[in-house]
Design a protein around this ligand. Structure first.
Ligand code: GTP
Ligand code: MG
Length: 195
């Protein structure tokens, strides 16, 4: 699935701009700076396909990428703090919520959580929104290279407890490092199994 060509399709700024609902899609949601764009690059093996940066609020549109003849991978703007004007942030947050609730072909949302920080209140807000829209979501812990095993286990317990409160949550948590490659093959296999 990930062996073929990956292409950038378009950046979307309004629901009316979404591409045709002609393929199954998965999206990557999470707080600003959690590593969504970097994870898409790691999954596709393309260093600069999705633009990443250390400035929270880098991704400001819904960016569509297509795996040859199969899925769309959707890079979303982050939620929570972003280094951008309030009015601009409000606009893209509204779009993000509309998208998560209203995209027919969205098969699974990956909710990314920083492995150092665990699930925050804003993450639970998004999870609650996905529950009410009946969109299955799966948690991906990011930046696993930045933590010790003891800390990791504590965060895993916290995230597991959080997921237990959300009916739309898929129980398996994927621990990843886009830097080191941990969990990337596992996540590729998960995406390949979604149709
Ligand atoms: P927004 O688009 O602003 O919402 O951010 P994002 O979630 O797309 O994050 P992005 O991929 O831009 O990454 C943010 C920062 O985290 C960048 O400096 C990345 O290099 C870094 N980063 C992402 N993943 C990892 C990882 O697995 N390990 C480490 N050490 N750094 C990472
Ligand atoms: Mg981004």
């Amino acid at each position: 699935l990930f062996a073929g060509e990956v292409t950038f399709v378009k950046g979307v700024v309004a629901m009316s701009g979404l591409p045709g609902a002609d393929r199954p899609e998965v999206c990557f949601a999470g707080r600003s700076n959690v590593g969504k764009s970097t994870l898409i690059n790691a999954l596709t093996g393309r260093k600069a396909l999705a633009r990443a940066s250390n400035t929270p609020g880098r991704t400001q549109e819904i960016n569509y990428f297509a795996l040859a003849d199969s899925h769309y991978l959707v890079d979303l703007p982050g939620y929570g703090f972003a280094n951008a004007p309030v009015a601009v942030v409000a606009k893209w947050q509204a779009l993000l919520k509309q998208y998560l609730q209203g995209r027919q072909t969205l098969r699974r949302a990956f909710v990314l959580i920083d492995a150092r920080h665990g699930a925050k209140a804003v993450d639970e807000e998004i999870m609650a929104l996905l529950d009410s829209a009946a969109v299955t979501f799966q948690c991906v812990l990011t930046k696993a290279d930045k933590i010790k095993a003891s800390e990791r286990d504590r965060v895993l317990d916290q995230v597991r407890a959080t997921l237990a409160r959300h009916p739309a949550a898929y129980p398996e948590i994927v621990l990843t490092s886009s830097e080191k490659g941990d969990g990337i093959e596992t996540l590729r296999a998960i995406v390949a199994g979604i149709d």
